[in-house]
Design a protein around this ligand. Sequence first.
Ligand code: NOJ
Length: 523
Amino acid sequence: MADTPHRVWPKAPVIYQIYPRSFHDTTGTGTGDLNGITLKLEHVATLGVDAIYVSPFYPSPFADGGYDIADHIAVHPALGTMADFDRMVARAHELGLKVIIDQVYNHTSDTAPWFVRSVMGDPDYDDFYVWRDPKPDGTAPNNWLSQFGPPAWTWNHVRRQYYLHNFTHRQPSLNLRCPAVQEQMQAIMRFWLDRGVDGFRLDAVTSFLFDESMADNPPATKAVQRSASGETFVPYTYQDHVHDILPGDGLSYMENVRRWAGQDVFLLGEVTSGNNSVELASGLSHPDRLNAAYTTDLAENRATAEAYADILSRTADPQRLGWWLSSHDQPRHADKAGDGSDRDVRFLALLLATAPGPVIVYQGEELGLSQPRLSRDDVTDPLDLLYWPDGPGREGARVPIPWGETQQRGFTQGTPWLPVDWPQGKSIAVQTISAHSNLGFYRRAMTFRRERGIGDMVLDDWSHECDVIRLSYGIPGEHANGRIEVVLNFGTKTARVRKDPALASADFEGTHMPGRCGAIWVG
Ligand code: NOJ
């Protein structure tokens, strides 16, 4: 059993997301592995972040990139062993990094033994999943759609019932009201906590519970559609998700999760679904519930000043919202929220480094990588394949990151599972030796935040007419009387500011801050 001094968390940590298959390969299979993470953790530590968050590395048929788990307490043999996992945790702690791992409680793989037994009608597993009889005419129990678009119900001819799935039909949804399922969730948490992890990223928490009446969702009004997350070519955005996500007791379910985990474990929830996302995330994160939850709003809305201010206006405690721009599900933000230039990369890095709550930096964004183009033959992601070529798609962001400039960019000695055609000069090796690289800026910005901490935020100024946001923060701890001022100029016009910032994302002299620039003053 590991001891846990590492579980003293800052309120708003910076968390580096690692998608293991695409981080670093030590075996020449073309797929990243846990030893690859261990080997390269030093790079992560130099970024000034507080923690790593590791996406699923569990046994899985990869019908949804590893988020279809066949065994929640084992390591996928292609990614390593349990001893490799233990070494990774030990190395992270040695480097002062806490470890968060992904936990998927909403569903399993359809190859998971629980599901196989449930299908066979084994009484111990009968109630593990959400089974419902068909309507008298044989059709599905209601009109619910999976988040990927197709109906949320798939027929199983052995049980002669439908099962619910919020994502692909290969990911049957667990019945999280079932006491035996809850016992399993606690046992899974305990297993990983005993191996020394410090926190969990909880997948798809908004899908945990649903209205037991199973009433049809009404169509989304135009206003609901506008505020909903997701691409409009996915029919999920056509519904108002009043019955399939988090009914009355849905938010307080997180109090169970907190009880199972204990007080010192960092719990970060992912809100993917439907409308009212910011309000849902705020209700999920609460002193007795999750530390924080995050939505797709800022990333999907291209990190505009308006989107940022809108999110801030919809939550009472922005310190309990997670802030991020890229992930394994979203296109790289250098050219989605920016124009791909180094200037925009650094401006957006400063936006993140001064965000009020936990920040998630996705592997490779510190290099300013743009979204790679993949051909249909390269792609394995079920969502991308369903809507190809409508995009931008999810798999591009999963292209392995460039460590060096050699043919496979130092990612693998073999053939990478996705082509790594990065432009020359973007690699960690090159950016490490250049004092003025994006990587250098990320290090400065995140280290600045880590050293001073982030206190309570005040939104000092923002109006729809102007693209400049002014924020200020208290500084916690020994510098408690000080304040940090932040100006983010999202537009292209010059903004009037104080002189001599402590850190700026682009050069300027005097009081004229150029467009697409952010800066911080201490005092
Ligand atoms: C969110 C994950 O980030 C995504 O990759 C996955 O497809 C869904 N949840 C389902 O687990």
